[in-house]
Design a protein around this ligand. Structure first.
Ligand code: RM4
Ligand code: MN
Ligand code: MN
Length: 433
């Protein structure tokens, strides 16, 4: 195979020479400012360098809505090309070394070979995602009316077996977790019996749990609607928590930011799950109305910060069983997916660093003295601090780009890939919701 186009490290370094002077000035200035509040900028930079956010394999293809998809040139055609794109994101931002696969969209012919390929690209595999929300070619029974909770035990068995297959593939890939999101639910009142459906869910997930290796975890993902428009079986965090508790210590609750009704206080849900020892982690994205799958931090950056405020608090308090995983889950319909993924990874890191800036002692004092405005001001102080120089220095020190977007655009990556990759059919990513 001829050498494929990639962004070389030397190119990144050369691009970095443009911004490094100003960055050093800004970083020194911010460092001085933070020092006045006894915050060491170097500690924050080191923290930023350590944060890990997994990228979804399906996020590198152009998404679509039920109305249309507007494909762009140079989209990945198979799982290997998706990994190439993930590796490019990782090279530039340095916080995204893990990829989360979706089966069967990414089902490899040879999982061991795929693992080798990933390793050659400095990547590893995060959680496996099963898919029982659509029918796949050659499948015996349909998921039209449900999967793990379908009234017909044969459909449930098929869905359980699919999840077990995901675990089997994941074992070869070196993954350590399975994320289960089901579309089961109803479009009409009366269509689904709520208690019976939940009982079936528990029975099915119990069977999946039995196939989990000792060092694996299982993440349950709730969602209040879509594609079921009246009710879903795992509709909220309470239901998810109940199931996770019933299923035992390996099972916990994953929070996808888009899976709540508008205005729901997600940071409160996060705090509750932390306290209950059942927070699995996140699918980061942003939304205005529903599961819009927009770029993290693009609509409600303060919410993202408040979520991280809870996470950092738990980290500093060393809450038992607190070990959340971070993943992006977005659909990039009108942007270059790689640009959106980079921007989102940066926004997640920004929220984390800002949350690290919160003066915890001042916050606790304000809370204990019942001073709401001082408490809010303490949070706002951190949230309004521009930590961009910290993020840029963290990337640069890890070998990434000071300005990932500009470096990416200057590299001609998309054009290079357009030459190497033929156009994909418009169906290929139609499963993205
Ligand atoms: C769902 C959910 C799942 C994701 C699919 C593609 O709404 O967010 O996590 O795997 O979309
Ligand atoms: Mn999700
Ligand atoms: Mn979703």
């Amino acid at each position: 195979m001829s050498k494929r186009f990639e962004i070389e490290s030397e190119f990144i370094q050369q691009q970095n020479t443009k911004g490094v002077g100003l960055l050093e000035t800004d970083y020194a200035h911010l460092g001085e400012k933070l020092q006045r509040s006894n915050v060491n900028i170097e500690d924050l930079t080191a923290k930023a360098q350590k944060l890990r956010i997994a990228v979804p394999s399906w996020g590198v293809g152009t998404g679509g809505t039920r109305f249309a998809r507007f494909p762009q040139a140079g989209e990945p055609r198979d799982v290997y090309e998706k990994l190439e794109d993930c590796a490019t994101v990782f090279k530039l931002v340095r916080s995204t070394p893990a990829v989360s696969l979706h089966i069967p969209w990414d089902k490899p012919d040879d999982a061991a070979e795929l693992r080798r390929f990933a390793r050659e690209h400095d990547l590893y595999f995060d959680a496996m995602n099963s898919n029982t929300f659509q029918d796949h070619p050659g499948q015996a029974l349909s998921y039209k009316f449900g999967s793990l909770t379908h009234p017909d035990p044969a459909v449930r068995r098929q869905a359980v077996e699919h999840n077990i297959e995901c675990i089997e593939i994941g074992k070869v890939l070196g993954s350590k977790a399975l994320t289960v999101w089901i579309a089961d639910g109803g479009n009409f009142p009366g269509q689904v019996h709520p208690r019976r459906a939940l009982e079936r869910y528990l029975e099915s997930t119990h069977a999946i749990c039995k196939a989990l290796p000792a060092d694996w975890r299982m993440f349950l993902e709730h969602k209040l609607y879509e594609p079921a428009f009246y009710s879903t079986v795992i509709n909220d965090w309470g239901t998810s928590y109940y199931c996770a508790r019933e299923l035992g210590p390996k099972v916990s609750c994953l929070v996808d930011l888009g899976h709540h009704a508008p205005n729901v206080n997600i940071e409160m849900i996060v705090a509750r799950l932390i306290q209950l020892g059942k927070l699995a982690g996140f699918h980061f994205n942003d939304s205005k109305y529903g599961d819009d799958d927009l770029d993290a931090g693009s609509i409600k950056p303060f919410q993202l910060f408040l979520i991280f405020n809870e996470l950092v608090d738990a980290e500093l308090c060393a809450v038992p069983q607190f070990d959340p995983v971070y993943m992006l889950d977005q659909s990039h319909n009108i942007t270059d997916p790689l640009e959106s993924l980079m921007a989102s990874a940066i926004e997640v890191t920004r929220a984390y660093v800002q949350a690290r800036l919160v003066d915890r002692q001042a916050l606790t004092e304000a809370q204990e003295k019942c001073d709401p405005l001082l408490a809010l001001a303490t949070l706002k102080q951190a949230f309004t601090t521009d930590v961009s120089p910290i993020l840029a220095v963290a990337r640069q020190r890890s070998g990434g780009a000071i300005d990932p977007m500009e470096t990416y655009r200057n590299s001609g990556y998309r054009k290079g890939k357009a030459r190497e990759r033929q156009r994909v059919s418009s169906e290929q990513f139609s499963g993205i919701v």
